[in-house]
Design a protein around this ligand. Structure first.
Ligand code: UDX
Length: 440
């Protein structure tokens, strides 16, 4: 099939490359010319394991290219995926849909024949009819352009696997006799035939799928982190407790890792966007508990700052703190709402001299946080430190030799915010170790 992907960020660029991998002819479209040039040279404008290889492979195979022209995209094929970003509004909890609406309007102006516009962007429920209205108003083909809803559940760091082998496929349409369903079933034929559960539903249910999935995942993480607060006071160990709970198949282990909590471009935003939309619909009571889920998550960062102050005797002025981790989670260079950087920033504001290190996200951290010191090597970053904080659980950090590191620092004190360091080995190397969620 010939198809396009409008908006080539984390979601769109990955989707475009994966659709080419499925054998389709794909044109990715992004308004940012610099991004388009980079993608056409086989490089993603962000780090995602395996993505550059897939881009190179399919630019060479001729099945994948990128453009900055809406007209070219509209003429390329009949199926247009929309993966434009819908960030949180600068002054509120709701989604900012301006980029999405603008992209649909600009594409619509060139849609002269029948087409399916399949939206993947995460939105508040009730957006699909507004997209249909825009298409009806601006597309020369008018009602021959159909809107389909196809939410995307990919996780950064395993985005390719999640796209090619998703755990479910959700397709939302306005009517039961939809041409769009046939088109999308053809597009995803390989995935459907592999036995992937495929749920065909209405627009509203498909729109709600993403917001409710991410709110549930956030709730699970905050649940175990709330228990961590109790553990610290009660002298218990939340990591062992998470293991005990996880053996119950009804609870499960995944998404139950206690620590500094969730960040990134999705979970915090989707949680707040879900609450904002429920409020508009007059059912805010139904999701009032999500306010607490968000609050528990924010408290993890405050707790880490408080522990750092405690370890340094209360006054941070002039103290040197090294932060291991800038990305919101390992195996990505994404620093959006990164718990590690939020803590680093706060400690800097309290007067500490903060040095950050990260295997992939340091360039992004430098751009957004010029006030923080940035050093590539985790051992060099800890030179002369009064305190080390382990805030993003990159495997690279677990491989550092604590004995060698102890010789670099001014004071061998570490707080493990993710609970993945080998506490016994660090203590044996002379470190004072605190773990978030364990009593001192
Ligand atoms: C998430 C959803 O998982 C995905 O389905 C959706 O499409 C986009 O949002 P992502 O943001 O890439 O994906 O990351 P995820 O792996 O879910 O982790 C989110 C955050 O939660 C990270 O900050 C991570 O460190 C944290 N987390 C995750 C925990 O603190 N504990 C856990 O057990 C799991």
């Amino acid at each position: 099939m010939k198809l396009t992907v409008i908006g080539c960020g984390y979601l769109g660029a990955t989707h475009a490359a994966c659709m080419a991998e499925l054998g389709h002819d794909v044109l990715g479209m992004d308004a940012d010319l610099g991004k388009v040039q980079l993608l056409n040279s086989g490089r993603a404008p962000f780090f995602e394991p395996g993505l550059d290889d897939l881009l190179v492979k399919h630019i060479a195979s001729g099945r994948l290219k990128f453009t900055a022209s809406y007209a070219e995209a509209a003429q390329f094929g009949d199926l247009h995926f929309i993966g434009v970003g819908t960030p949180q509004q600068a002054d509120g909890d709701a989604y900012d849909l301006s980029h999405l609406f603008s992209a649909v309007r600009r594409l619509a102006a060139h849609l002269k024949g029948p087409a399916v516009v399949a939206v993947k962007s995460t939105v508040p429920v009730g957006t699909a009819p507004r997209i249909a209205e825009i298409l009806g108003e601006f597309a020369p083909a008018g009602e021959k352009v159909e809107v389909a809803w196809n939410p995307e559940f990919l996780r950064e760091s395993c985005a390719i696997e999640d796209t090619l082998r998703p755990d479910r496929l959700v397709l939302g349409f306005d009517s039961e006799q939809s041409w769009g369903e046939a088109v999308l079933r053809e597009c995803f034929a390989e995935i459907v035939e592999a036995g992937t559960p495929t749920i065909v539903t209405d627009w509203a249910t498909a729109e709600l799928a993403k917001a409710s999935a991410n709110s549930f995942l956030a709730t699970k993480i905050s649940f175990i982190n709330a228990v961590a607060e109790v553990c610290e006071s009660a002298g218990a160990d939340v990591h062992q407790l998470a293991e005990i709970l996880g053996h119950d198949v009804r609870i499960g282990r995944s998404g139950m890792r206690p620590g500094l909590g969730f960040g990134g471009g999705c979970l915090p935003k989707d949680l707040r966007g879900f609450m904002a939309r429920a409020g508009e619909l007059g059912v805010d009571q139904a999701v009032a508990f999500l306010r607490e889920v968000d609050a528990i998550n924010r408290r993890r960062r405050e707790r880490m700052v408080a522990l750092a102050c405690e370890q340094l005797g209360g006054d941070l002025a002039g103290r040197r703190i090294t932060v291991w981790g800038a990305a919101f989670k390992p195996n990505t260079d994404d620093i959006r709402d990164s718990p590690a950087l939020a803590v680093a920033q706060k400690l800097h504001d309290l007067g500490a001299t903060v040095t950050v290190t990260d295997p992939k996200a340091l360039d992004n951290a430098r751009k957004v946080h010029p006030e923080l010191g940035c050093v590539d090597d985790p051992v060099a970053a800890a030179q002369g430190a009064d305190l080390l904080l382990h805030l993003t659980e990159w495997p690279e950090f677990s491989h550092v030799d604590p004995e060698q590191l102890a010789r670099q620092v001014a004071d061998a004190k570490v707080i493990d915010g993710r609970g993945t360091l080998d506490v016994d080995a660090w203590r044996a190397a002379g470190w004072t170790v605190r773990v978030l969620g364990r009593a001192s």
